[in-house]
Design a protein around this ligand. Structure first.
Ligand code: DGY
Length: 322
């Protein structure tokens, strides 16, 4: 029997790729940059399965170009690059990689929070560029974490893992927003489920972990930054479009908030001449939250398992549109 045909939209770790190539007639996109939408449409024409990345738009046009498609396996936990209603209407299951990148992403949320709070980006650049003249009693003063209040926006797996690190490590009190209260967080962290306005008014650190959907897109704008304390450190490891970036830049420039740490931006990559890069109180990483060897291997394995289940007509181990 002929092997299922699949297109893998970028080279992923061998831990998953080897499972795919052993069972499928697979074409792997060899370039560093993603295929254009036109090329992607052409590549999936005869395919039974697609491995997509968060850089690949899986929309109605793409699905229409792939009449035989049985599964889309996204190499990510977020699936905002995929038109889920359109895939569901075609009865195409969509897989993702939940759980395996929780700890690595929480580590980056804490890293960015510390880097922004302690002005690490700015001071390291100053040191490298010759502006470190002496030990300065008033130089590069940041803010403490111990005993402060953390606001988690979106208390899912990653929000909880971030809150645990900061509560157990730095004794932070935790407030959070979520569709529903999270009893584990309330019990383990004595966390308080509150509305967004309460969170914005009371916390010293805001860490964003919500899904990107029409209700969360642009949820941080001028009004929200104005409701925060002037000492707030704002961290986003979820998705760039949660934030109105000109409002954020303005809040950072005018001292409406203290600092920001971002692993995600809109667009990605953020053009090097973007105003956020020019702000010393903004630390920007190139969407690296899941970028550890073990995490990417686990994502690749899970992604391959979803793909193989789909092309073989079995339920996906991790399906977002069951
Ligand atoms: C995801 O998986 O959604 C992350 O943003 C990338 O690993």
């Amino acid at each position: 029997m002929a092997k299922p045909r699949v297109f893998v939209a970028r080279r992923i770790p061998d831990a998953g790729l080897n499972l795919i190539t052993a069972a499928c007639d697979a074409e792997v996109w060899p370039e560093q940059l993603p295929p254009s939408p036109e090329v992607l449409r052409q590549k999936v024409r005869d395919c039974d399965g697609l491995v997509s990345l968060l850089t690949d738009k899986v929309d109605t046009e793409l699905l229409a170009a792939a009449p035989k498609l049985k599964v889309v396996s996204n190499f990510a936990v977020g699936v905002n690059n995929i038109d889920l209603p359109a895939a569901t209407a075609r009865k195409i299951p969509v897989g993702n990689t939940p759980g395996v990148l929780t700890e690595a992403t929480a580590d980056i949320a804490v890293t960015l929070l510390l880097a922004a709070a302690r002005r690490l980006g700015e001071s390291a650049t100053d040191a490298k560029e010759g502006r470190w003249k002496t030990w300065e009693p008033l130089g590069w003063l940041g803010c403490d974490l111990v005993g402060r209040t953390l606001g988690i926006v979106g208390m899912g797996r990653i929000g909880f893992a971030t809150a645990k690190r900061l509560h157990h490590g730095w004794g932070m009190k935790v407030l959070y927003t979520a569709r529903n209260p999270k009893p584990e967080a309330d019990a383990e962290l004595k966390a308080r489920h509150v509305d967004l306005d309460t969170l914005l008014a009371e916390v010293d650190f805001v860490s964003v972990h919500a899904d990107l959907n029409p209700t969360t897109k642009g949820m941080f704008g001028e009004k929200e930054f104005a409701k925060m304390k002037r000492t707030v450190v704002f961290v986003n490891t979820a998705r760039g479009p949660h934030v109105n970036q000109s409002a954020l830049a303005n809040a950072l420039r005018t001292g409406t908030i203290f600092a920001a740490g971002l692993d995600v931006t809109d667009p990605e990559p953020l053009p090097p001449d973007h105003e956020l890069y020019a702000l010393p109180n903004c630390v920007i990483a190139p969407h690296i939250a899941s970028a550890t060897v073990d995490t990417r291997n686990a994502m690749a394995t899970m992604c391959a398992q979803n793909l193989l289940a789909g092309v073989q007509g079995r339920p996906l181990p991790n399906c977002v549109n069951p």
